[in-house]
Design a protein around this ligand. Structure first.
Ligand code: SF4
Ligand code: SF4
Length: 260
């Protein structure tokens, strides 16, 4: 009788983050059960008691690097992983905690914590790809569970994941939404934002605030002219790009055009 082939081993790792992207994986429910049929979930602190051991065929990494310990830990994760996929705005762009990259982190900790001397943290929050080679980056805050299932199954099947690089505007039109910017003068970052959410916010008459980060080659300078015509002042234009993906080069550059 032929020996039974063992299942590929999947690990899920957490760094500085809110856990929302890991929850997206659990939120897959039926699809996640199908994934667990195909893989061994060998390490996933949020869902199992497994210990770190051996190598992993696929590692999903959530969170950014904000401490010296995490900067070491990610090297260990990389060494143990055949494929390393980063998930979410923290892991792919430094997350909202990258706002510290524009300021003095010591000033922040002195305001937030009663005993800031207990806090050991780096002056920056950086994406995983700045520390180790990454095989694929899945964007979003949080990520789309449909895209996550697509990425996991694609890597297990040995093919490239199908995750469109176009803007939220394209998804918005495909969904048949009325454009909130054109119809109601509501500021919207859809033209510069990576697809993935299915244009969720405009579907509910709200402007997009860019939680999936910049799309490929965004023309943020042009969008800023539109936003200024809608009444956004310089300080608003500086801040509108500084949310979950503030330290991505495209959003950072456009934000800094409107002041430091
Ligand atoms: S509502 Fe926003 S995302 Fe939709 S088409 Fe208009 S600008 Fe683009
Ligand atoms: S429309 Fe924009 S802000 Fe809303 S979920 Fe999608 S990417 Fe995020």
């Amino acid at each position: 009788m032929a020996a039974r082939k063992s299942k590929p081993r999947l690990a899920v790792w957490k760094f500085a983050s809110c856990d929302g992207c890991q929850l997206s994986l659990l939120d897959c429910e039926d699809e996640f059960l199908a994934v667990t049929d195909a893989v061994e979930v060998a390490y996933f602190m949020e869902a199992t008691r497994g210990r770190i051991s051996g190598r992993y065929d696929v590692s999903l990494v959530e969170g950014s690097i904000t401490t010296a310990h995490d900067a070491e830990r990610i090297q260990e994760v990389r060494r143990r992983s055949d494929v390393l996929i980063t998930i979410g705005a923290c892991a792919t762009a430094g997350g909202i905690q990258a706002l510290r990259n524009f300021a003095d982190v010591k000033e922040f900790t002195s305001v937030v914590y009663a005993r800031p001397d207990y806090i050991e943290t780096l002056g920056t929050s950086t994406p995983i790809a700045q520390h180790v080679p990454v095989d694929f980056e899945l964007r979003g805050c949080p990520i789309s569970k449909h895209q996550l299932v697509e990425v996991i199954t694609a890597f297990l099947a040995g093919r490239r994941p199908v995750t469109p690089a176009h803007s939220t505007c394209i998804e918005c039109k495909l969904r048949g939404n009325v454009c909130v910017m054109v119809a109601h003068g509501t500021p919207c970052l859809g033209p510069v934002t990576h697809a993935g959410c299915g244009a969720l916010c405009p579907a509910y008459d709200r402007g997009c605030y860019g939680c999936f980060g910049p799309k490929e080659t965004p023309n943020a300078k042009s969008l800023s002219h539109w936003l200024a015509d809608l009444g956004m002042e310089k300080k608003d234009l500086r801040r509108v790009y500084r949310t979950f993906n503030a330290d991505t080069p495209d959003f950072r550059k456009e934000s800094e055009r409107h002041g430091a």
